[in-house]
Design a binder for this molecule. Structure first.
Ligand SMILES: O=P(O)(O)OC[C@H]1O[C@H](O[C@H]2O[C@H](CO)[C@@H](O)[C@H](O)[C@H]2O)[C@H](O)[C@@H](O)[C@@H]1O
Length: 245
């Protein structure tokens, strides 16, 4: 598979996944931190691209802002259930926490009895984590399946050491479909960089729209380009843009 193209500030729009792309994995959702030099570089790239840089994540935008402070980049959060088109602008939410009330009760009641699984409550999405206990993957899948049984209008996704549920209708591909139509992204060739199974929705939309999908790490993918790991992502983002620095 090919290496990613060099970023052309006049032609490209850059969409970056967060976990596994900009930060390494940690045992807990709050345990991650971005390399300060990479954060500075994102701000430079944002300006060079005339604002056409966005974070596309399963995380809430408020959490991304905390990790990327003081910057508040354009973003799609919770797989597109949240969006902020302009840097520092208002966050639009397509769903609220009430849609998951019964699932929340089911999961927290089951975990209270005793389990190595951890529940992350993102309001519009609920996540069962088993990174520290890979042997609990089956339990996580079964518990989530039981929690959503008989419920319509929900989507269950499987990511790296997580099982996640949120209201149906949104994924990173749909999130990108919306963003690329809007300024400052419209008219530019989108580049999407992601590492997980949930990023495959985005790679499929890249293929459809003539964009460029970049898979980080090993594994089958619909992306056409690949970077080995987050170190390679950083090196690529640090490269000269348009031959300048
Ligand atoms: O779309 P992403 O930006 O890749 O976010 C996906 C999920 O990221 C977080 O979980 C992942 O990172 C955790 C911290 O390193 C790790 O413990 C976990 O195993 C990973 O799956 C986040 O907690 C989830 O809510 C996001 O959906």
């Amino acid at each position: 598979m090919l290496d990613p193209v060099s970023i052309d500030s006049s032609r490209h729009a850059l969409f970056l996944d967060f976990d596994g792309v900009l930060v390494d994995f940690a045992p807990e959702p709050d345990g991650v931190a971005i390399d300060p030099s990479l954060l500075d570089r994102l701000a430079v790239l944002h300006d060079r691209l005339d604002g056409a840089l966005a974070i596309v994540s399963g995380r809430r935008i408020a959490d991304l802002d905390r990790f990327l402070s003081p910057h508040r980049f354009a973003a799609a959060g919770v797989h597109g259930l949240e969006s902020r088109v302009a840097q520092g602008g208002a966050i639009e939410r397509l769903a609220g926490p009430e849609a998951l009330e019964d699932v929340r009760t089911h999961l927290s009641t089951a975990l209270a009895v005793g389990s190595a699984l951890r529940l992350e409550d993102k309001g519009t999405a609920l996540v069962l984590h088993y990174r520290e206990h890979p042997e609990c993957e089956g339990e996580a899948r079964e518990l989530m399946a039981a929690a959503v049984a008989g419920r319509e209008g929900l989507t269950v996704m499987h990511g790296k050491s997580i099982v996640e549920v949120h209201p149906a209708g949104m994924d990173k591909g749909e999130a990108l479909r919306r963003l690329v139509r809007l300024a400052p992204f419209a008219g530019r060739t989108p580049i999407y960089v992601g590492d997980d199974t949930t990023d495959e929705f985005a790679f499929a939309v890249m293929a459809e729209l003539g964009g460029i999908g970049v898979k980080v790490g090993p594994g089958e993918t619909g992306a056409t380009r690949r970077l080995a790991d987050i170190g390679a992502v950083k090196d690529w983002l640090m490269e000269d843009v348009d031959g300048g620095c």
